[in-house]
Write a protein that binds this ligand. Structure first.
Ligand SMILES: [Zn+2]
Length: 240
C-alpha cells in the first residue's frame, strides 16, 4: 500500500510524499520548496529515494536540487521540459517504480507542453500536477484547448474510484465557478456546499476522484472542445 501525505507549501500548493513501507522507499512529487519536504521527512523518519516532477514550473521543481543534495534522491521528470537536476527523462509509456508499485507515465499537455501525469493503476492513484484540479483544470500557459481537452479526457477514462492528487488547493474558487457555469447541476451545488464547510473547518479538499470530477468538473462537463475553450477563458477572469 502507498502512504500518501500532503505537504503544504507556498500559498496553496500541496507537495505529495509517497511512502512504501515494505521497501522503505519514499518519493516526493513536485518539491517546489525544499524546507517543508525535508522537515516532514525528518519528522516521519522517512528516507527519500526519488523525486518525480510533472512539469517545469518553479513551484514544482524549485526544490529539486536542494532536496537531491540533502537526500541523494534520483530525479525523474518530463523529457520535453527543462527540469533542474534531472537524472531520468520520462515520456509516454515509461514507468516509475516505488517498491513493487508501478506508475505509468502519460503525456497530458495543455498547462505546459511537456506536462506528464503518473498513473499507479493497481493502486487507483494518479498524480496529475496542474492538469486537473478538483472541479477545475490548469490554465493554458503553453498548450491549446484541444490538447487540454484531450488530456482531461485521458484522466476521465480512468476507473471511477481512481484518486487524483493535484498540486493546489483551488477547490473553493473552482466550485464557485462551477456553480456559475452549471447552475442546474445538483451535484455541483452539493459539492460547493461541502467544500465551503471543509474549508471553513480548515480541511484540505484533495485528492479528488474520477467519479467526482465526471459529475462536477465544469471543464469535464463541457459538451465539446469549443465549450471547453469558452469556459477556460471565462474562468481566467471569473471573480466569485
Ligand atoms: Zn504549473
Amino acid at each position: 500500500m502507498l502512504d500518501i501525505v500532503p505537504v503544504p507549501a507556498f500559498a496553496d500548493n500541496y507537495l505529495w510524499l509517497v511512502h512504501e513501507a515494505d521497501s522503505g522507499e519514499t518519493a516526493v512529487v513536485d518539491p517546489g520548496d525544499p524546507a517543508p519536504i525535508l522537515a516532514e521527512l525528518d519528522r516521519r523518519g522517512w528516507k527519500l529515494t526519488q523525486i518525480w516532477n510533472t512539469h517545469w514550473h518553479p513551484d514544482h521543481v524549485g526544490g529539486n536540487v536542494a532536496v537531491k543534495e540533502a537526500t541523494g534522491a534520483r530525479i525523474s521528470g518530463p523529457a520535453a521540459e527543462r527540469i533542474p537536476g534531472r537524472d531520468v527523462e520520462l515520456g509516454e509509456g515509461d514507468n516509475v517504480r516505488l517498491g513493487g508499485h508501478v506508475g505509468r507515465v502519460i503525456e497530458v499537455p495543455g498547462h505546459t507542453l511537456g506536462h506528464i501525469a503518473l498513473l499507479f493503476e493497481n493502486d487507483r492513484v494518479a498524480f496529475v500536477g496542474d492538469t486537473l484540479f478538483a472541479m477545475g483544470c490548469g490554465r493554458l500557459f503553453e498548450g491549446t484547448p484541444e490538447q487540454m481537452y484531450a488530456s482531461l479526457g485521458r484522466l476521465m477514462a480512468l476507473p471511477d474510484d481512481t484518486r487524483l492528487y493535484c498540486a493546489h488547493e483551488y477547490t473553493l474558487a473552482n466550485a464557485r465557478y462551477a456553480a456559475y457555469a452549471e447552475p442546474d447541476n445538483d451535484a455541483v451545488a452539493n459539492r460547493l456546499a461541502a467544500v465551503e464547510a471543509m474549508r471553513a473547518a480548515g480541511q484540505i479538499t484533495v485528492p479528488t476522484t474520477v467519479a467526482e470530477e465526471r459529475a462536477t468538473n465544469p471543464f469535464v462537463l463541457a459538451d465539446d472542445v469549443r465549450e471547453f475553450a469558452r469556459r477556460r477563458t471565462e474562468k481566467d477572469s471569473f471573480r466569485s
